[in-house]
Design a protein around this ligand. Structure first.
Ligand code: UDP
Ligand code: MG
Length: 139
């Protein structure tokens, strides 16, 4: 059975462009409850650790520079079938492929600067949520 939590970040591009409110509104309209929420910034070392799974990919250096260049919003979200439903809400990695009505279609500017993160599995959601939030910060 699918568990019901996912982890997201509103990435530096979307924060810089003033889209925190718009994205949080789409998340709420999508039926997700906020379990944890904060404005924070990743150090370069934090970004390297968070995206360690992509360390061998050609875009890794650019990705970790981007993700640490300014503040992000980190959040844990709850909903039935959260992982899959949130991936549907955010849309394809490349905004050129994202369908109408998705967060990335509306707010992403490129495949790299694509506005939001969404966990890809229950196990990763738990690890990524714990990376940013202590147990007492999860409601
Ligand atoms: N990324 C990139 N170039 C690519 C693929 C991915 O810059 O060709 C970045 C992009 O910011 C993406 C992140 O690396 O969101 C993680 O990639 P992943 O394949 O996990 O995509 P996601 O799960 O975010 O859709
Ligand atoms: Mg991913």
């Amino acid at each position: 059975m699918a568990t019901n939590r996912t982890f997201t970040m509103i990435k530096p591009d979307a924060v810089e462009n003033g889209h925190i409110g718009g994205i949080l509104n789409m998340i709420a309209e999508g039926g997700f409850k906020i379990v944890s929420l904060k404005l924070t910034q990743l150090t370069l070392a934090d970004a390297k650790a968070f995206y360690a799974v992509h360390a061998t990919r050609p875009f890794y250096g650019e990705l970790v520079e981007f993700m640490s260049r300014g503040p992000i919003v980190a959040a844990i979200l709850e909903k039935e079938n959260a992982i899959e439903d949130f991936r549907t809400l955010i849309g394809a990695t490349n905004p050129a492929d994202a369908v109408e009505g998705t967060i990335r279609k509306k707010y992403a500017t490129s495949i790299g600067e694509n506005a939001v993160h969404g966990s890809d599995s229950d196990a990763n959601a738990a690890v990524e949520g714990a990376f940013h939030f202590a147990g007492r910060e999860q409601f």
